[in-house]
Design a protein around this ligand. Structure first.
Ligand code: MSP
Length: 479
């Protein structure tokens, strides 16, 4: 039986189109999904859309369509983007799907009630619609949510609450012991510090006001489930939890990795495991929180007007160039700043002049001097390959990309130093051998590129197989 690897993406809010920051989470997850498939593991890679947020209903209204029509339209756009990014998702779940998602969300709710972890109370507080979360005064800067630069609304209502506080010690123990591994360690420490300050019970429902949107609380039609309580369940509802056929759930749960941005780590590292513990279900094995991408020194946001449309860059540079930038040129765990100039420089430097040029040089020499394609071998014995595999096993995607580009640079240097194009003229046999060795090295690189730049990996392997140099550069220089 092959090992299984269940990897998830956050489900995206469909109130706006996805920008480069969102695409980042998906590309990172795709690299890991592809790597684990290469390791012959049975992979399930899930993403979807977080339809039931109150901000979605608002935007739909502004657009003059029903919320359901709006989210379905957005889901088509999201899927199109993922296709353009060449991400290999196995499934896309919409939380407005009453057949696939609602039974699981409601089953979870009933389990929490059965455990005695849901109670009703009157509540007033400051609610940030951007975060879909209540905020304490201490979380605000100048009275505004630091993530959305908006003043939260004051709400006073009767809600159901979830006894998150009861799970403080258990969650602390799970995280400290790495039973629930939080990557990187700095984020693990942050979460442990948050837990040490004490986890407070969370509001888990909202009263229905006006047109109902969201999942009704079982046995109380006057309340809708809080969007995070509903959204987190997507990770198991998509596998059939709460439905007649839950074979996928039996096979793939618990998740091997939830990949999320740092802003939503606490939902995944505290609230979600507490819900699972309360329902008596296994907790995920790991959560990775990546850093944020800022543009020109500021958080990418629609209001600031600095969001980058991934489709624009993919159109101009191609999906692999876009993926390259995300996985190699940005810091995985810290925040990074990007600009279009930086993107272009990186493209010209590492892809057009770097990898693209290298492929042309090696394959030109092979085509001119070798009578037949080199019979390449899987590079099992290469030390760099072992480091690369270890890096990806540890979810360190950037490190794996750095190791790959290390080999690309080494191979470039090797050509400069050994000058096979000269040697082949003075000593044809030795020259040919040298060139065949370079092709083998290039093959190793192509294999390593497989999860990172899948199209380029295939293109290089095809050239090696047919012993041809590329008709056009793999990456055309941009001026
Ligand atoms: N709907 C919730 C997730 C629910 S999961 C049960 C949500 N959605 S989101 O659309 O706002 O964000 C989705 C992902 O995009 C998150 O992982 C978030 O961190 C990531 N990013 C959004 N903007 C980003 C950047 N500027 N940079 C990097 N990642 C960013 O949160």
């Amino acid at each position: 039986m092959p090992n299984k690897f269940y990897i998830t993406n956050p489900i995206f809010y469909p109130n706006a189109d996805l920008h480069l920051g969102h695409a980042y989470t998906t590309v990172l997850a795709d690299v890991l999904a592809r790597f684990h498939r290469l390791m012959d593991e049975e992979v399930y890679f899930l993403t979807g859309s977080d339809d039931n947020a109150s901000k979605v209903a608002r935007v739909a209204k502004e657009n003059g369509v029903t919320p359901k029509a709006f989210v379905d339209r957005q889901a088509v756009k999201f899927k199109n983007l993922f296709e353009c990014l060449n991400v290999s998702t196995d499934d896309f779940i919409q939380t407005s799907d009453q057949k696939r998602h609602w039974p699981g969300a409601q089953k979870m709710w009933r389990s929490l009630v059965a455990k005695g972890d849901i109670y009703k109370k009157s509540y007033s507080g400051l609610y940030c619609v951007g975060c879909e979360a209540f905020k304490a005064e201490r979380d605000l800067i100048d009275g505004k949510c630091p993530d959305h630069s908006t003043v939260p609304e004051f709400l006073e209502e009767e809600n159901y609450f979830f006894k998150l506080s009861e799970y403080t010690n258990k969650i602390k123990e799970l995280i400290s012991s790495n039973t629930l591994k939080i990557v990187p360690p700095t984020r693990k420490n942050e979460i442990l510090a948050l837990i040490d300050r004490g986890l407070e019970d969370v509001s888990f429902s909202r009263p229905v006001k006006g047109e109902a949107w969201g999942i009704p609380v079982p046995d109380d039609q006057t309340q809708t489930m809080y969007v995070w309580c509903d959204a987190l369940v997507n990770y198991i509802s998509a596998l059939g939890y709460g439905q007649a056929d839950d074979a996928l759930y039996q096979k793939f749960w618990p998740a091997d990795l939830h990949l999320v941005g740092k802003d939503i780590l606490r939902f995944h590292a505290a609230i979600w495991p507490a819900m699972l513990l309360s329902a008596g279900l296994p907790v995920p094995k790991a959560v990775l929180a990546h850093g944020f991408i800022n543009y020109g020194g500021r958080k990418m946001s629609k209001t600031v007007g600095n969001v980058i449309d991934p489709l624009r860059l993919i159109d101009e540079y191609g999906a692999d160039a876009f993926r390259y930038y995300l996985v190699r040129e940005l810091s995985l765990f810290e925040d990074s700043d990007m600009t279009i100039e930086h993107f272009k420089d990186a493209y010209n430097g590492s892809l057009a002049n770097g990898l693209g040029n290298l492929v042309s040089r090696v394959m030109k020499m092979a085509e001119t001097n070798l009578d037949q394609p080199v019979e390449v071998n899987p590079p099992a014995d290469k030390a760099a390959m072992a480091d690369y595999k270890q890096a990806l096993t540890d979810f360190d995607i950037k490190k794996a990309a750095d190791i790959t580009w290390g080999l690309i640079n080494d191979l470039d240097k090797q050509i400069q130093e050994t000058e096979p194009f000269k040697l082949v003229k003075t000593n044809p046999e030795a020259g040919k051998e040298l060139i065949a060795g370079l092709v083998q090295e290039l093959y190793t690189i192509a294999r390593m590129l497989n999860p990172l730049l899948p199209q380029t990996s295939v293109a290089i392997k095809e050239l090696i197989k047919s012993n041809k140099s590329p008709e056009a550069p793999l990456f055309l220089r941009k001026d």
